[in-house]
Design a protein. Structure first.
Length: 434
């Protein structure tokens, strides 16, 4: 799922969100000052052997160079129906929604709407309950007011349409970063919104009833701290878990639980007490089994070395789970996770290759013996130096998973990246670009 964190900028009309579209998710995790900049990117399966390979046909379709395309999230209902969402920047830097459909044979672009008055339309998450029922969320920048608006779209099997969303204020920024649907016409979306009265970010939760999105009161660590929700996973209408972080001197993990009546903060673990800890994605297979992923790092380092952060919920408490990294001197970040059963998960992200200085895909698999790193495919070669990122993953079963992201070629053009797991290996799929 897409992620971005921004500073509050006080304007004459309130609080505005500063955004730099197209900057990779990994840059946030590399230590870009969270409180003074914005970062855009930008959350099941079984244990897998260490036999990943790159398909010789794994190249994306030809594109018009001025477009930069990114995929942030994916959702599937079967091996013959998946939806991937993101956005595409044109030559002027304006972002338009990007949606691709999988029919079991190929990925194709599908027409998706954009807010007419917005110069930036970005989709960060998607959740499908059937081939005729999907919800996608993100943000749209209103060029007239200068504020961000929550962007929500729905799929009815024939077309995507913009659905009425809730904004805390017409004079404040509102962003939705994740969504989880339990049935057609029943979804929960989470994100964050600016509180203009006290100048901080507050958690934002909205629910979809099939007709409109409405606000759901959510919790915050305190009235004076910035709070962000970046991931959500619902098992039913009365069982949801949301993850993110709150800011007080350092970034600390934030986990909230929905019981059908109220959202409440659940004590979560942090790898560093004097460093930054962020949870980007979460996947729950039951009320008592959830796994969340993200990263932690020491922000005072000249070049912060992010490390993977994995936490598990056993129905009583959240605890940090040992996570392997490519190297303690290489930046590692986990952006998304999908689980089909307890100890049966896949997490995806990126790591900074110390040998060539470029970002490469990172895939971890969980089993009863623990988390392991598997070799994962990348577009291009290390000698050419293309960057590769994975932002989201969805597993239909232990034998079928889809991971999405993007890669940047030697001409600095970002193109969509989709990888498929067939139970034996991951391969790079042919994808579409505007």
């Amino acid at each position: 799922m897409a992620r971005f964190v921004a500073a509050l900028v006080t304007t004459a009309s309130g609080v505005a969100l500063t955004v730099t579209p197209g900057i990779e998710h990994a840059q946030l995790n590399s230590g870009v000052a969270v409180a003074a900049s914005s970062v855009a990117s930008s959350g099941a399966r079984t244990p897998v052997p260490d036999t990943w390979s790159v398909s010789t046909r794994g190249r994306t379709a030809a594109v018009t160079p001025q477009f930069l395309s990114y995929l942030d999230a994916v959702s599937c209902t079967s091996s013959v129906f998946c939806v991937a969402v993101g956005y595409s920047n044109d030559a002027a830097g304006h972002a338009k929604t990007l949606i691709e459909l999988w029919d079991g044979r190929r990925w194709t672009l599908t027409k998706s709407p954009n807010v007419v008055t917005s110069d930036y339309n970005q989709l960060y998450a998607v959740s499908c309950r059937s081939s005729i029922s999907c919800a996608a969320v993100g943000r749209a920048h209103d060029s007239r007011s200068g504020f961000q608006r929550a962007l929500t779209e729905s799929w009815n099997g024939r077309r995507w349409r913009i659905t009425p969303s809730f904004d805390t204020s017409t004079h404040a920024d509102n962003v939705l970063d994740a969504v989880s649907c339990t049935q057609a016409g029943a979804c929960i979306a989470v994100g964050y919104a600016a509180n203009t009265k006290i100048g901080v970010w507050r958690t934002l939760v909205e629910s979809w009833n099939g007709r409109a999105w409405k606000d759901v009161p959510s919790s915050n660590s305190s009235a004076t701290e910035n709070n962000y929700l970046l991931g959500v996973s619902c098992r039913s209408g009365s069982a949801c878990t949301a993850t993110g972080y709150h800011y007080k001197n350092f970034l600390h993990t934030l986990v909230e639980s929905w019981d059908g009546h109220n959202w409440s903060i659940i004590t979560s673990a942090n790898a560093l007490t004097t460093g930054n800890n962020i949870l980007y994605g979460v996947s729950c297979v039951s009320r008592s089994v959830c796994t969340a992923v993200g990263s932690f790092y020491v922000p005072t380092e000249t070049t912060p070395t992010n490390q993977n952060l994995i936490e598990s919920w056993d129905g009583r408490r959240w605890a940090i789970t040992h996570s392997p990294v490519t190297s303690t001197t290489e930046r590692n970040t986990l952006n998304g996770i999908s689980c089909v059963a307890n100890r049966d998960c896949v997490a995806v992200g990126t790591y900074l290759n110390a040998h060539n200085g470029f970002n490469q895909t990172l895939i971890l698999s969980d089993s009863r013996s623990g988390w392991t790193i598997a070799r994962s495919p990348n577009v291009g070669t290390t000698s050419r130096g293309e960057d590769n990122w994975l932002n989201g993953v969805y597993c239909v079963s232990r034998n079928y998973c889809i991971a999405v992201g993007y890669y940047t070629n030697t001409k600095a053009v970002s193109l969509t990246l989709i990888e498929t797991w067939n139970g034996h290996r991951w391969t790079i799929a042919n994808t579409a670009n505007p």
